[in-house]
Structures are given as C-alpha cells and as structure tokens.
Design a protein. Sequence first.
Length: 185
Amino acid sequence: MFRIRCTLTMIVIVVSGAARADYFIITATEQSKELAQRTAAQKGGWVLDTNLYSALTPNRYAVVRGPFVKAADAREALTVLHKGYPGAYMKDAGSIRITTLFGRNSPPVIAAALLGELSVTLIEKGGGGNPCEPQEPYVDIQLSFVSVEPMGNGNTEPVRREIDFGSLTLIKRTGEIQHMRVCLE
C-alpha cells in the first residue's frame, strides 16, 4: 500500500493537464445540483458541474461516470451501462475550466481558501479484496482538514479530521473516478 498526502491544488493541477482528454459517460442531466445529487446517490455516478468543461452544455449538472483518458475505455463502460441507462451517452468534455471549480457565483478567494485548507490522501490499493471495492488496482481518495481539539487546560491540540463522503476511487487502468456511497454486498 502506497500513501501520499498532498494538497487539493496539486490534484486539480494534475487532473487538469492540457494533454489529457476527459471522456465521460453521461447518464442524466439536471438543471439543479440538488436533483443531480439525488439522482447520483440513488442510481450511481457522481455530479459534474457542466460549466467546468468547455465542450459541455453550460449551466447544467450532469450525473457521470468517468472521466476516462481513452475513448475506447469510455465506449466499453458505456456498453455495460446502456443496460441500466438506455439514454446514456459518451462525451469528450473538452478542456477543464478551473476558474469555475467552486460554483458560478463564488469569488476566486473561496476556491483559494478551500484548496489551502483541504488535504487529499491517495492510497494505492490492489483491488479485489472484497465485493465493495474495485476489482482491479485503484487509488483510494480521502479528504481531510486540520481542526483543533480542546485539551481541558485552556489549550488546544491540532487534529486531522477525515471527511466521510463514502468511497471515492480512481481506477488506475482507465483514469475513471468512481463514487460508492453505500456497499450493499
């Protein structure tokens, strides 16, 4: 197991590399983030603000699988997903727009503050250890921040706190991000 702690800023820079294509499988598109989040929670996938990519219809929230670096990997995933999502389609999202990362009306200073406070821990895993994890090598993504805990004598102690939002993984072979909220196996 390999563990790396880095800032969210570094992850955004790496993921948004200019030479990389981001192919998504889009299973639903909604006008509200809340509705898209509910759909993703019930049917799978994760929510992508379409303003983040140049080739997506703006001002929508897509429920997606991916991103996939290679179109062939996205097409293969789409073939499997078509059974449960007959309207699903593959889309090259174009270039990423980092400036819209934290919402349409958020001042850039909010993004800067959040990127400075959050830490990302990446843990490489072999996969296939149980039915609730990917069955191939992947990277487990964990978010945390540093808070303080009272020590009882008027002092405080810094403590790292994990943010529990389910399992977020990066499939090493394809580059796909998978989000599992609950394992029903």
